[in-house]
Design a protein around this ligand. Structure first.
Ligand code: ATP
Ligand code: MG
Length: 426
């Protein structure tokens, strides 16, 4: 089957369909509210499909992160069916259906890939050159990025619809771009990063020609919206593949254009593996830790511990080092500040105990996190474990002391003797 174009034929004619008995997706594994939305759309005569990553993950026996819905109802028609529905997005209207708590189910009308003459000159606020063009389900499958991300689950008969050969690729555990990778990466360079991400997350192969195309098209990613790159980077670390993907991005020449010209050092890559494991254990990504990690090699070069640089200069150097990167990604001041504190904390740890300001440093709320980072750095770089142990002990002692009622506190609560009232001399 060709995956180069949706063609103009009847919509589902050339699609492969797996009936309920031929696949293993059970409705029990689909979120209850998503099922409600699918059923209501279907009852009102609309097509209602589960789309995107959720179908892929269910077929792979993985737990989907979210469930997205595709339909031929327009956003307005969806809104009429659900009281709890809000339309969002300027260029492409999407329906968000809210349920108790903070669950939001996204319902998107099938859309097609715009023709070249329909491309706007400027990207939208998300960096997309897309326009609001409704399409058929088949066209909707073809505008997606990878074959395995373009499968549909039809609530009408619980079948799976495959327009692009995604089922075969799932079986063979390979990630394939829909259409010509060169064109699809030109349209949206973030797809190059997504290709590395999905291949790492699912442990799927990427064929040689796609990898070569990434190498050729890598510079294009410099033009992608930084907000999207930043979000994709965080996503990599949420899924535990950040270190692996960044390493591969570096090999393919994607790293520097993606990072606004910045290239982390060697130990950073080793540290990223430790950091990624740490984030998984923590259950979230700490962006300040990530930012500080990206700069730690260059930081040590600028502020070698042996040079005994005064702390205020270390603070300045750490700040200057990150400034161009932070400006490129429009990072908030608070985030930069915390990353800088972490680097300076690592410096204080590396130079050892007994320096001025140590007591205050140990009281600083960011110090335990900096020590965690220093620990991981020690592991990654084969650093001084004895030194690490000494600091861990110092911090532990501080905690013990701070949990004991301090002498000051007891003194403060002690009742003061009443001052004798002075008798009025008058
Ligand atoms: P997960 O949510 O588990 O990370 P996902 O496949 O659902 O994976 P999303 O980023 O949530 O990924 O996107 C939902 C779907 O939208 C994708 O499965 C894909 O079909 C489509 N999609 C997302 N980004 C692009 C893109 N840049 N180009 C084309 N299609 C895309
Ligand atoms: Mg998703």
């Amino acid at each position: 089957m060709s995956i180069s174009s949706p063609g103009s034929g009847a919509d589902a004619d050339s699609a492969k369909r797996l009936s309920r008995s031929e696949h293993k997706i059970s409705r029990r594994r689909i979120d209850e509210n998503t099922l409600k939305v699918l059923y209501r759309l279907h009852r009102h005569g609309y097509k209602a499909y589960l789309v995107g990553g959720s179908v892929r993950d269910l077929l792979l026996d993985r737990t989907p992160k979210d469930f997205d819905i595709g339909t031929d109802a327009t956003p307005q028609q969806v809104k009429q069916l659900f009281r709890n529905c809000f339309l969002v997005g300027r260029r492409f209207r999407l329906a968000h259906i809210r349920f108790g708590g903070d669950q939001v189910i996204e319902v998107a009308t099938f859309r097609r890939h715009p023709k070249p003459e329909e491309f706007p000159e400027d990207p939208d606020e998300h960096g997309f050159f897309m326009q609001n063009q409704f399409g058929t389900p088949r066209e909707d499958a073809f505008r997606r990025d990878f074959t395995i991300n373009a499968l549909f689950y039809d609530i009408a008969d619980f079948s799976i619809i495959d327009h692009v050969g995604g089922l075969d690729d799932l079986e063979k555990r390979r990630l394939r771009v829909i259409g010509d990778p060169k064109i699809r990466f030109e349209e949206d360079p973030v797809r190059m990063l997504r290709a590395l991400e999905f291949s790492a997350r699912l442990d799927f192969s990427l064929d040689h020609s796609t990898l070569t195309t990434i190498t050729e098209q890598a510079p294009l990613i410099a033009e992608a919206a930084t907000a999207r790159i930043r979000e994709e980077l965080l996503e990599l670390f949420r899924h535990g593949v950040g270190a692996e993907v960044l390493q591969q991005a570096q090999t393919l020449g994607l790293m520097q254009p993606m990072m606004g010209g910045y290239m982390p050092g060697k130990v950073t890559f080793r540290l990223l593996h430790e950091i990624n494991r740490y984030f998984l254990k923590l259950g979230k990504v700490d962006e300040a830790v990530l930012l500080a990690t990206l700069f730690i090699d260059h930081f040590w070069q600028k502020c070698p511990v042996k040079a005994s640089i005064p702390i205020n200069e270390v603070v300045q150097s750490a700040g200057h080092l990150m400034t161009p990167y932070c400006a490129h990604f429009h990072l908030a001041h608070g985030l930069r500040h915390q990353a800088r504190e972490l680097l300076v904390g690592c410096y204080r740890f590396a130079r050892g105990l007994g320096h001025r300001g140590q007591k205050r440093f140990l009281q600083n709320p960011v110090t335990p996190l900096a020590l965690e980072m220093f620990r991981l750095w020690t592991e990654a770089s084969g650093g001084d474990r004895a030194l690490l142990g000494t600091w861990q002990k110092a911090l532990h002692t501080r905690d013990e002391i701070s949990h004991q009622p301090s002498r000051d506190a007891t003194r403060r609560t002690r009742r003061r003797p009443r001052r004798r009232r002075q008798s009025n001399p008058a």
